[in-house]
Structure formats: structure tokens, C-alpha cells
Design a protein around this ligand. Sequence first.
Ligand SMILES: Cc1cc2nc3c(=O)[nH]c(=O)nc-3n(C[C@H](O)[C@H](O)[C@H](O)COP(=O)(O)OP(=O)(O)OC[C@H]3O[C@@H](n4cnc5c(N)ncnc54)[C@H](O)[C@@H]3O)c2cc1C
Length: 403
Amino acid sequence: MPAAKIVFFTDGVSESNRLAREALESCHLSWTEKNISTDAEANAFIRKLCGAPVSPVLYVNDHWLPDPTQEELLEACKVRHDSERLESRGQTIFDVIVVGLGPAGVAACHGARLGGLSVLGLDENEPGGHLLNLTDVDEYLGVGYDDAISGREVADNFAEHARHVGAVLMRGKVNSVRIQGAFKRVHSTAGNFWGRAVIIATGSTQRELKIQGVEAFVNRGIRYGAHVDAAIYKDRRVMVVGGGDEAMHAGIFLGQHAKHVTVLCPDDKPTAEPLLVERAVGHGVRIIPGTKVVAVKGTDTLEFIFFVEKGIPEEQGLPVAAMIIALGPAPKAPIPGLERMPQENGYFAHGEGGKTMFGGIYVAGDCTNIEIRTLMSVVASGSLCAKRMWQWLASNPLPRLKV
Ligand SMILES: Cc1cc2nc3c(=O)[nH]c(=O)nc-3n(C[C@H](O)[C@H](O)[C@H](O)COP(=O)(O)OP(=O)(O)OC[C@H]3O[C@@H](n4cnc5c(N)ncnc54)[C@H](O)[C@@H]3O)c2cc1C
């Protein structure tokens, strides 16, 4: 096996430098050393590359390793090849880090791996995102049109497929993403990672119903999203607030469990896809357009809901057992470090393929100003994003050193 060509940028003193030296020595490797504490040129070079005087930084066989673990270093030197060990989280340096493992993020992980890149996907929950809340997925081409398939099953299949092609998917909340020279530094509860590129796929959140009293009854009769536990709605009168796809999905689901389901649609007519409206009505759901909820009342739990209906001057009140708020998505606050990314109505604005104004940072799925928020469109956006990012990496190589 030819000897690895290694340049070791060290500060000469710190513990991580000692460990890197120990790993190289233990394998009888030789290297060229540059001390960034005494060599101004080496120091300036590392500052430019990593955005800070990071050490150790190793250059091994044309690859840059900022602050590598011993496993990563030996792997790059081709001394140890133990893919299981790397998968078991010895690794901290990746070509691409995907933040958020909903359908868009998992599709991005899969696409990036197809480009031959090392990929880490991080999610504060298990992979699946909104999919995990869906009882039945029936609008993804080729899936669930005949026999019902749960969102969890689709989510598990997605994650399994991404892992199958070699993506590392981990649980961890990302607390910040910082550009450091030619790298991105991702700080998470699972550890800190270096990536050449980052794909943000953090999804959206639920739009809140901002009227007095609602907050007091959340989880005491009022819920955001309907798909949690069908049993509590059984044989009861339930109201859904909203008129988009999410409200119709909630109506269709509840129509199979509750006694009466009424959708209070704030607009003059539902904004949901016509077929969904048809299906909701087919499940016995009553839709009242032009209604605005004005108050909720109860003692320990929700008991009454009051609303005004277009064309009827008097306020109306109805007894209800539960109210589901399904007003559709709302943007999330950006992860620290990404606040300067351009936004449109609170969602990340982007160019073709999820490109942003920051080289090597891409965005995909519901966290963007995507026009259609469905499984099919976000999966497509994740895949395209991976492809564009992969092309960006190829046209933005890191500097090469003569060893
Ligand atoms: C009630 C409802 C029903 C729907 N029904 C359908 C349907 O039947 N068919 C259909 O096609 N579409 C449906 N959709 C739409 C579809 O589910 C979404 O468009 C899709 O899930 C968005 O995917 P995403 O990957 O962009 O985001 P999400 O699915 O929201 O995933 C984002 C992920 O990012 C993670 N995350 C966020 N911040 C961080 C952080 N700081 N660190 C780590 N992880 C983080 C979250 O935990 C989450 O897992 C429905 C949506 C809803 C709300």
C-alpha cells in the first residue's frame, strides 16, 4: 500500500493535537508538520480554510480533515477501514450534513449518497417529520392508493432506504450552523460536526389560532393536528378549524371516528384540493365556509365554541367535545447562524435547486417558499437540492497542497 501523504497543521500543545500525533505514530506514519503557533503563513492559510485557527487540521491524500477523530484520521490514511465503526459515530467530518429528516431531508440524504458523498442526517426526533403524524398516506404516487399505509411505515421505508445507500442518520437537535471558511460547523446535541455543505430541511410549524382562551384548553379539548389518537374522538362532536388540505385531511380522518364533524372554514370557500373536499363530504363532514371562531369556553375542558358566519349577524355557539386547529403551516424561526438567509413570508427564499446566497448551504422542503407543500413536491425538492449541492461541491474543490 503506498504511504499516505500527510501534512499536519498543529498548535503543538493542545490535547487533540497530541491525540492526532499519537494516532500517526502508533501506525508508524510519517508526515510534514506545520506549526500554526509559530508559522504565520500556515496560520493564515488555516484561518482562511477553516474560518478560525483550528488545530489540528490534517491534509491526507488530498483530503482535508479539520479536527478529526483518531478513527477518521486512520481511515483517511487507509490504515483502518472499519465502516461499522465509522457508522457507530466515530465520524465528525462529512461532505454533506442534512438538518431535518422529514421526507425532504431524507430524500436529500439519499440523493447526496448517490453522488458518492459522505452524508450525515440529523433530526431532533426520529426520521419522518410530518409523515409520522399521518394515519394514511394516500397521495404519494404508487403508495397507499389501494391498501392504507401509515405515515410511520412510509417514514421507516424512507429512512431505511437512505441508510441502505450509506447515509448516517442520527438523532440530535441542531442548535447552530456556522460558516467557518470553506466548511460549515454544525453544533448539535449529538455532537459538533464539520461539513463541506449543509442542506436545511427543517420543515414548518402549525399556524396558531390566536383568540382568547385557546391556549388554556390546548390538550384539554383543543388540539393542533388531528391524527394523534382517534379513540378520544370516538362518538363525539368535533370541530375542525381551517379550510386547506390539512383541515380536509383532519375531517376525513375524524369522519371515520367521531359522531359529527364540522369544518369551520375561515375563507369563502375551502382552499383545499377539490378532491380532498369531495372526500371529506363523502365521509359525512359538514363544511361551513366563511366562519370565524371568536371565542371558546369551558371549565376544566373545552365545552363551547362561538363563531360568526358570513351573512348571519348573530354570533353562534355550539357545544363541542373537541376542536382541532388545522390552519395549515407557518414558518419556523431559523436555526441560529442562519438568520441572515433571505426569507419570503418567513420561509427561506432560494434559487433553483434550493441554492441560497451562501455557497454550500441549500434548503429543501416545507421550510422554503415552495409552492406546493405535499410529500411528492418536498421529496422532489430534497433530491434536486442534493444534486445541485453535489455539483456545487465538484466545482468548489478545497485547495490542494504539494506534499
Ligand atoms: C396534518 C398534515 C397532513 C398532511 N397530509 C399529507 C398527505 O396526505 N399527503 C401529502 O403529500 N402531504 C401531506 N402533508 C404535507 C407533508 O407532510 C409535508 O409537506 C412534508 O412532511 C414536509 O416535509 P419536510 O421534510 O419539508 O418537513 P417535515 O416533515 O416538517 O420535517 C422536518 C424535520 O426537521 C426536524 N427539525 C426541525 N428543526 C430541527 C433542528 N433544529 N434540529 C434537528 N431537527 C430539526 C423536525 O424534527 C422534522 O422531523 C400533510 C401535512 C400535515 C401537517
